[in-house]
Ligand binder design. Structure first.
Ligand SMILES: Nc1ncnc2c1ncn2[C@@H]1O[C@H](COP(=O)(O)OP(=O)(O)O)[C@@H](O)[C@H]1O
Ligand SMILES: CCCC(=O)OP(=O)(O)O
Length: 353
């Protein structure tokens, strides 16, 4: 049966909305949120109304009748670490999203907004492969100090989705391949995928890995402590997450704007563009070592990978490692729909958080 689903994906720089009937996408829209718009809200939960209204407007503009829906599915947020799968949105899950039990990020709104709309129509709300999917090897958890353990916080939904696409392109299945997958967006996560498990990945919200459109990534820790010793926690956090990366150097979270500056001969924009590609390439190399060089492909995905220029810049450092497969943008919307469809069709049991 072809169930109709509403798919909601709040990211740090965008909100994506789509409606599917079975595998068919009826429509999709991507709303970009410039830094100034996001900055006006003190907390993630303060963005609930503005993002919900924006989603409902997309539905209205497309003349879609919400009574046709069988379920609403949202991108999952910073819950406690869990296994991959489709989860129903329960009171406990909503409570952990609301308080941000593992941190704050726009994707915490995915399950909350999905549930708000689903309740009005008496249909189920789900999340799929939230950002806390945890398959990391014991050895990768060791941070270097006994007071902190490394944790798995990344774009799990898209990593898994593009892993399946890459394997399909290679005529096999995801659980039979080894890949280094780099999701390049508002945040960046680079992971070692071994036979369908993410054995290591930088915490995309934890001050690890390359800098990104709006995050600083890993910084020299001691110098950072010195530079920020009189700051409060919120200012420190925002400097690393939200006001880091391209935003810090160039005042924009939009790579397209950076490319315009470069086209106009802006040397600083050129340097930062090249530096971001360089850091991403180094992280891909590190993950190639995690897989001991046994790699079937390097997969580049996320919004930044829509830029051919940026992909070329990264490729120049890594094309000797393994074939490069580019999945521009993401397949998160398709993956969210598929997760809901499998459960609605009773092909898979829904999980309870
Ligand atoms: N065609 C494009 N060319 C270059 N950069 C792009 C393009 N489309 C999107 N981007 C950039 O991708 C980034 C957003 O990536 P995305 O994966 O959508 O992030 P998020 O989900 O975190 O909001 C932004 O910096 C945006 O400017
Ligand atoms: C890994 C947390 C989610 C994240 O960083 O997503 P965006 O890149 O969409 O902000």
């Amino acid at each position: 049966m072809n169930f109709e689903t509403l798919v909601i994906n709040p990211g740090s720089t965008s909100t994506k909305v789509a409606v599917y009937r079975g595998d068919e996408k009826l429509f999709q829209e991507e709303l970009s949120h410039p830094m100034a718009e996001i900055e006006a809200y003190k907390s993630i939960s303060d963005q609930f109304d503005f993002r919900t209204k924006a989603i409902l407007k997309v539905i209205e503009d497309n003349n879609y009748d919400l009574t046709s829906l069988s379920a609403v599915v949202g991108r999952g947020g910073l819950l406690r670490p869990i296994e991959s799968g489709t989860y129903d949105v329960t009171e406990k899950l909503k409570e952990d999203l609301r308080i941000g039990v593992s941190g704050q990020h726009a994707c915490n709104l995915g399950g909350l907004i999905a549930d708000e709309i689903a309740q009005q129509y008496g249909i189920p709300a789900y999340i799929v492969d939230p950002v806390v999917v945890d398959e990391m090897k014991a050895i990768a958890r060791v941070s270097g100090t006994k007071i902190i353990e490394r944790t798995s916080v990344f774009h799990a939904l898209n990593h898994k989705a593009v892993g399946r696409i890459a394997a399909r392109e290679q005529g096999t299945t995801y659980d039979k391949r080894n890949y280094v997958i780099a999701h390049l967006g508002g945040g960046v996560s680079v992971a070692a995928h071994e036979q369908g498990k993410v054995i290591d990945v930088n915490n995309a919200l934890g001050g690890e890995g390359p800098f990104s459109a709006e995050r600083a990534g890993g910084v020299p820790v001691y110098d950072f402590i010195q530079a920020t010793k009189n700051w409060d926690e919120e200012k420190i956090y925002k400097t690393l997450i939200g006001k880091g990366g391209l935003v810090s150097y160039l005042g924009t979270n939009d790579l397209r704007e950076v490319e315009k500056l470069m086209a106009g001969g802006d040397d600083k924009a050129q340097l930062i563009f090249e530096a971001m590609a360089y850091q991403i390439a180094k992280e891909i190399g590190a993950n190639a070592a995690s897989l001991k060089g046994k790699i079937d492909g390097l997969v580049l995905t996320g919004g930044l990978s829509r830029s051919e220029k940026f992909v070329k810049e990264i490729s120049g450092y890594i094309d000797w490692i393994a074939p490069i497969i580019v999945v521009p943008g993401e397949d998160e919307m398709g993956a969210l729909n598929q997760g809901a469809q499998r459960v609605l069709a009773k092909k898979e049991d829904v999980k309870h958080y």
